[in-house]
Write a protein that binds this ligand. Structure first.
Ligand code: GSH
Length: 229
């Protein structure tokens, strides 16, 4: 399989699919297509004709699968023993609901705090809509940890790492790099995600990237530039 991804510093959707495949030890090659470059769509369509022209797109032989939720389901069907979804039906149903909510929502947080692994921002009030998103997201996390996290299967939302953790990973980075205050249960969960070797691998590559996209300069409250270059 080949996964088309965007810049690791900024591409939150790419991080989701990539992290899931890496944590679940699913073999794949990756091709990075530069976001904000005029040739972006052409490159994606050349690799994946008829796709949505976005990253991530998964290519398996002559099949292209775009849209992150569809990629997750395809991985689940092709790797039924990988634990893409929790094995318990109740946990699986709620994990799927949490993923759908993530895919469709939290636009205030996503708009105000674009994923940028290269900077750490000064904590500040980012408005009522962002606060509402953060409260809902951390509510989902606490509920998941309380009901499904106690079986000793792991520190992730539904016990062992699943698609739900991959879907929320970019939110974890946003709450971290934008200094957004959250409750202790959610902090513990964030620490577990940020410590994943697969995430550290992605982050190291992100911090090595030389490309800066336009939105990187929008928020001037950056305290620390984390890039090595
Ligand atoms: N709904 C899509 C969103 C994918 C998406 O918007 N990816 C961004 C990069 S993070 C992208 O490809 N942007 C370039 C474009 O839309 O032309 C999914 O679930 O995968």
């Amino acid at each position: 399989m080949k996964l088309l991804i965007g810049n690791k510093c900024y591409s939150s959707w790419s991080l989701r699919a990539w992290l899931l495949m890496r944590v679940k030890s699913i073999a794949f090659s990756e091709k990075l297509v530069l976001l904000d470059e005029p040739g972006f769509k052409q490159t994606v369509f050349a690799e994946a004709p008829g796709s949505g022209g976005t990253v991530p797109t998964l290519i398996d032989g002559d099949l292209a699968v775009w849209e992150t939720l569809a990629i997750i389901e395809y991985l689940h069907e092709t790797h039924p023993d990988a634990g893409i979804w929790p094995s318990d039906p109740a946990a699986r149903a709620q994990a799927r609901a949490a993923c759908s909510e993530m895919h469709a929502g939290f636009t205030a947080l996503r708009g105000a705090c674009p994923m940028n692994l290269g900077k750490r921002y000064a904590a500040r009030d980012r408005g009522a809509d962002v606060a509402r998103d953060v409260e809902r997201i951390t509510g989902i996390w606490r509920q998941a940890r309380e009901r499904f996290g106690g079986a000793g299967e792991g520190p992730f939302l539904y016990g062992a790492f699943s698609a739900a953790d991959a879907m929320y990973a970019p939110v974890v980075t946003r709450l971290d790099t934008y200094g957004i205050a959250i409750d202790p249960v959610s902090q513990d969960y964030m620490r577990a995600v940020l410590a994943l070797p697969a995430y550290r691998e992605w982050l190291a590559a992100a911090l090595d990237e030389p490309w800066i996209v336009a939105h990187d300069e929008v928020d001037e409250s950056a305290l620390v530039n984390l890039r090595q270059s």
